[in-house]
Design a protein. Structure first.
Lengths: 206, 352
């Protein structure tokens, strides 16, 4: 069935009262409204903002990626905890970043999905993940922020054991609903925000 | 009559509930299963999520100090377990972190604490705290406060925090389950089996349950400034002019919410309050009226974003706007916290 994304108006409760004939349309509207809730509204998401140092007198960010407010370093890793839902199957990731020095270094951004057994950062790899490369997937952005996006293609379960080109991360069925760790490895690149989303599957076979 | 539900519920086949079809027990059972599942699991994803780069958020106080504070939604009055995860390390063992869930109307607080186990950034494992709400609370919004206690002459460095309410387990409790002032009636699975009458009550309660679940809050954006940090390691205390480029989320909001009177709640935590100052947030010019938390209930009126095509759902940019007005009122070289400038030290946006 197609998953509705809007809050459609519900039938009047009187249509279900005693001595009324319950029409198929009434039950259909209930089914659609519940599908919207479970498979659309209540999908998971997490929005991380990466704090950098600020000038203490000012107290807030006035720039990013130079001066006191963050530096673009070699191979910095961030572990992003993400609470999946029982219906999380594909995760889209949007990262705002600043990168430069494409001519002098190998700039990349890698995402890998792990479980969090025993609260460990190095849990079992669930998806060997994706890499964004300079020139093709990343921008040389000295003065402005750019965005890296995995896209939302509903891929089949991946079989790669090294990094793939950008695509959504895949959550194996056994791990859906668990706390997950998205390991973000940034080389010569500084992330500013990291947003993670369960991807809506627009058509589901009942 | 047990209110059970499956962890990955099956949808109702729309072809089986159209005109001239018999409503089978399969369809009725799935309608009940979906309701129970949605009540138990809906809104139980991350409500707090924040990250700091290396060497940014360090706390050296050997007495307990508050570091962050967020406004968070609570799924229902019986979602009583809050899990808070802290990725942090300490330079000397036995430093601790604490989380408090505070209900503003009842003024009740519930806390949990633990010692920090790692001794370097992402060395081994994050720490998890479990807050149990032990009394009956009927507030659907509460405040999450984060505290740190370091060991003297040492420090704790925090890399990230995240938190969420634990879903309820199957079966749901019997009787009416409250979500704020509303009553959700869970569905008994065996009542929807074969050879049993399908009462009018089932239809009426299903419609009522759907309306209640549509109101349940989702965190769209949540950010807190940091207090009591170590000298020389100055995490942001408030929002600055650069933050107009990053302090927003692209999130799904659903058509029809205005028509059924559902709105977005914006909570702004203000320091150094000055009368008449305003901020452009979520398409509105919002004027706080006091120090501390200010709340605004807003209808959706901003433009849909281009990401809608990618996500197959209406996406909106929700958060701080990039405007000339904000450039004048956010922290900057000309508007410093040390000059007692009014600033935003926390911003939470909760949608439906």
């Amino acid at each position: 069935m197609l998953i509705p994304t809007a809050f459609a108006k519900l039938p009047a409760v009187e249509s279900c009262h005693n001595n009324e004939i319950v029409f198929g349309g009434t039950v259909g509207q209930m089914a659609n409204a519940l599908a919207q809730l479970t498979n659309c509204k209540f999908l998971g998401e997490a929005h991380y903002h990466v704090g950098q140092q600020v000038l203490p007198a000012i107290g807030g960010m006035i720039n990013f990626g130079y001066g006191i407010s963050g530096s673009i370093t070699t191979s910095n890793t961030y572990n992003i905890l993400y609470q999946s839902t029982p219906l999380s199957s594909h995760l889209a990731v949007i990262i705002q970043y600043r990168a430069s020095n494409f001519e002098f270094g190998n700039v990349y951004l890698r995402l890998r999905l792990r479980d969090t057994g025993f609260n460990a950062y190095t849990g079992t790899v669930l998806d060997y993940g994706v890499t964004f490369l300079e020139g093709t997937d990343l921008d040389n952005t000295r003065d402005t922020l750019s965005t890296a996006f995995t896209g939302t293609t509903l891929i089949d379960a991946p079989t790669n054991t090294t990094y793939d080109p950008p695509r959504p991360l895949y959550v194996p069925s056994a791990n859906r609903g668990e706390l997950l760790n998205i390991s973000v490895q940034a080389n010569l690149l500084l992330p500013a925000t990291i947003h993670v989303y369960d991807i809506l599957i627009p058509e589901v076979t009942p | 009559m047990s209110n059970t539900f499956s962890s990955s519920p099956q949808l109702v086949d729309p072809g089986r509930v159209s005109a001239s079809q018999t409503i089978r027990t399969t369809e009725a059972s799935r309608l009940g299963d979906l309701q129970n599942y949605a009540f138990a699991n809906g809104g139980c994803h991350d409500v707090v999520a924040q990250l700091w780069d290396a060497e940014v958020l360090r706390i050296s106080s050997s007495t307990k100090v508050q570091v962050c504070e967020w406004y968070i939604p609570r799924p229902s009055n019986i979602h009583n377990t809050f899990k808070f995860r802290v990725a942090a390390f300490t330079t000397k063992a036995l430093a601790s972190v604490e989380v408090e869930v505070y209900f503003p109307l009842s003024a009740n607080s519930y806390t949990a604490s633990t010692t920090v186990t790692d001794s370097s950034r992402y060395a081994s494992a994050f720490d998890e705290l479990t807050v149990n709400i032990t009394a009956t609370e009927d507030e659907l919004y509460c405040i999450c406060k984060f505290y740190v206690t370091a060991i003297a002459s040492n420090y704790v460095e925090v890399s990230s925090v995240s938190g969420r309410w634990s879903p309820l387990t199957s079966p749901l409790a019997t009787g009416a389950l409250e979500q704020g002032d509303d009553e959700f009636i869970p569905v008994g699975a065996s009542r929807l089996g074969a050879d049993l009458p399908l009462p009018a009550r089932f239809g009426v309660q299903t419609l009522n349950n759907i309306e209640i679940l549509r109101k349940r809050g989702r965190t769209l954006f949540n950010w807190s400034g940091c207090s009591n940090t170590m000298t020389g390691h100055n995490a942001p205390v408030g929002l600055g002019i650069f933050d107009q480029q990053v302090m927003f989320s692209n999130v799904a909001l659903f058509a029809g919410m205005n028509q059924i009177d559902l709105d977005i709640d914006v909570f702004i935590n203000i320091e150094n309050y000055v009368s008449g100052k305003s901020y452009d947030i979520f398409g509105y010019k919002l004027t706080p009226i006091q120090n501390g938390w200010n709340s605004f209930g807003l209808t959706l009126r901003i433009q849909e974003s281009d990401l809608s095509n990618q996500f197959n759902v209406s996406m909106y940019k929700v958060g701080l706007e990039n405007t000339a007005s904000n450039t004048e009122t956010l922290l900057s070289q000309n508007y410093k916290q040390t000059d007692s400038a009014m600033y935003i030290k926390g911003l939470s946006i909760i949608g439906v």
